[in-house]
Write a protein that binds this ligand. Structure first.
Ligand code: GLY
Ligand code: MN
Ligand code: MN
Length: 540
């Protein structure tokens, strides 16, 4: 393809191709995610140290925090799922291996942060690879005290003398999930004089004034936090005299506000996601299978050193009316919409993006009516992503703005009978509009928005073929069903969601995912141009 054609294609393909591709036509028309941002490595230790400091300030000098690294999860027989670190442990350490723990002791004389790592174990490493050395642990986390994981319980027994009886192995990372327990060299002796170093905290514990912070979900028998729950139950049963504190609130408050480095990482995840969407736009023609589109996403995520942040949702036709359809096994037909809720997780940070495209390249009249309504509702919602506005409760400005668009639009189309009823809107828009993103795709989010929060705005309308049949059999609903059924028949089977990731700033909201076309005309133009380009410029 000559440079002139490339230029036209790049311009028409809109944001996907970006100016970069126009300036450097040789790079081709396909969007390729850039290299990771410099801040990712450069600012890691400063970010981690700042977070640990903030956590310790909230704990106070009577507090002790224990965070365990995630345990490996079994897939089948002797095969595990790919390992993923526990979010809060990762948030304070940057360590992505199992077998570790973090203890923070703000009341210590000098050693306030101790990272425990599984010890070196050549027999184990022969099978599953390198175990981080203390020096590597120091470099990644910035924590100077890096101790053998088998010293965790002896340290806790020193800090909490009344709990000594239960502090033999249960919960110790080296036994309970660490891979370094068996075949490792003998445990080292305790470094330093612990009694002296931690005297203040030991005194608080003896006076029954100490507070032990862990992640302690209210729901019983948590799979992820069972060690914490079991340890807490034993401590309570033996009268160790400690106040047990759930640290979740401390982490939620901190994780809500992203540092510049975290915003850069999220933007990188968006760029990788955008590259995948460009491929999906190009190849999702009638006759393609949903799993082939899933493969485009997963291929792109993996080749850019990322992963999916949540299982891919590739929902064609009426599958798009199932909110979290993950089966991805159907074949796409001419006339179908394709809802793709697919996004990358880069270094633990997940973004969350949805686009809904017509597989034949053009929205039908009814599809376009619903699509435009969702898009207008989303734009209205995004405009409300401002400091001081809320995303929860009765004053939720984002939902209120979207609902206003939906009330007017759905009433005009005859899909609701009361143009003032948010309750009727809920029949077709039946999920929350916004959540935070970050280390969890559903990260601690909004309530009152503040600069530095990154949230989704994701309205949708879903016309499940059985939606009217599933409404509660009340007189009011019977009247509603009778009135809307003839119109409903025209829209039956349509599902549309548009989801973007929005940074709240001191000024206007910044849409991190705006490079992925979403306005109806932009989507149709991108589909046409990318599919045309496919014939002459192979996918990268
Ligand atoms: N992809 C999950 C969600 O949108 O919340
Ligand atoms: Mn979402
Ligand atoms: Mn989503």
């Amino acid at each position: 393809m000559d440079r002139r054609v490339l230029l036209v294609v790049a311009l028409c393909a809109g944001s996907f191709a970006q100016v970069r591709a126009v300036e450097a036509a040789d790079a081709g028309i396909w969007k390729v995610a850039p290299a990771p941002p410099a801040s990712w490595d450069r600012d890691r230790v400063a970010d981690l140290a700042g977070r640990r400091k903030a956590v310790m300030e909230q704990m106070g000098e009577k507090g002790i925090l224990i965070l365990y690294a995630a345990e490996p999860r079994n897939y089948a027989a002797d095969v595990d799922w790919p390992y993923r670190q526990e979010n809060d442990f990762f948030y304070l350490t940057g360590i992505a291996q199992p077998g570790g723990a973090l203890v923070l002791v703000p009341g210590a004389a000098a050693i306030r942060e101790i990272l425990f790592l599984a010890p070196s174990n050549p027999a184990q490493e022969n099978w599953t690879g390198h175990i981080l050395t203390p020096e590597e642990g120091r470099r990644i986390s910035g924590i100077q005290e890096v101790w053998d994981a088998r010293l965790l319980n002896p340290l806790l027994a020193t800090l909490i003398p009344r709990a000594r009886g239960i502090l033999t192995p249960p919960g110790a990372p080296a036994e309970a999930g660490g891979r370094g327990g068996r075949g490792a060299p003998a445990a080292p002796a305790a470094p330093g004089d612990w009694a002296q170093e931690f005297q203040k905290v030991i005194d608080f514990a003896q006076k029954q004034e100490a507070q032990l912070f862990m992640i302690l979900p209210a729901r019983p028998a948590s799979v992820e936090y069972h060690r914490e729950q079991e340890f807490a139950a034993k401590l309570a049963a033996t009268g160790a005299g400690l106040a047990l504190k759930d640290a979740t609130g401390i982490f939620s408050a901190l994780r809500r506000i992203k540092s510049q480095r975290e915003i850069d990482i999220l933007q990188q995840a968006v760029e990788i996601t955008a590259e995948a969407f460009a491929r999906a736009y190009a190849v999702a023609v009638p006759g393609t299978w949903e799993y082939e589109i899933q493969a485009q996403f997963e291929f792109t995520f993996l080749r850019r050193n990322a992963h999916w942040g949540y299982p891919c949702i590739v929902a064609s036709g009426r599958n798009a009316t199932t909110l979290h359809y993950e089966t991805n096994k159907d074949r796409m037909s001419d006339g179908d919409l394709l809802l793709m809720d697919d996004a990358a997780e880069f270094d633990g940070y997940s973004v969350d993006v949805t686009r809904t495209i017509p597989v034949n390249g053009k929205y039908s009249k009814e599809q376009a009516e619903i699509y435009r309504l969702v898009w207008e509702a989303q734009q209205a919602g995004i405009r409300m992503a401002l400091p001081g506005h809320t995303t929860a409760g009765p004053a939720d400005s984002i939902t209120a703005a979207a609902n206003k668009v939906f009330r007017e639009g759905l009433f005009k189309l005859g899909l609701i009978t009361d143009g003032a009823s948010d309750q009727q809107v809920r029949i077709w828009f039946n999920h929350g509009i916004s959540h935070g993103i970050g280390l969890n795709v559903h990260d601690p989010g909004g309530r009152e928005l503040q600069p530095g929060m990154v949230i989704t705005v994701e309205p949708g309308l879903y016309f499940r073929p059985d939606a009217l049949d599933n409404l509660a059999k009340t007189a009011e609903n019977e009247k509603f069903i009778e009135a809307v059924r003839p119109v409903f028949e025209k829209y039956k089977g349509i599902g549309v969601r548009i989801e973007d990731d929005v940074l709240v700033t001191t000024g206007e909201p910044k849409v991190l995912s705006q490079g992925i076309p979403s306005k109806l005309e932009d989507v149709e133009a991108a589909l046409a141009q990318l599919r045309k380009a496919m014939k002459t410029a192979p996918l990268p």
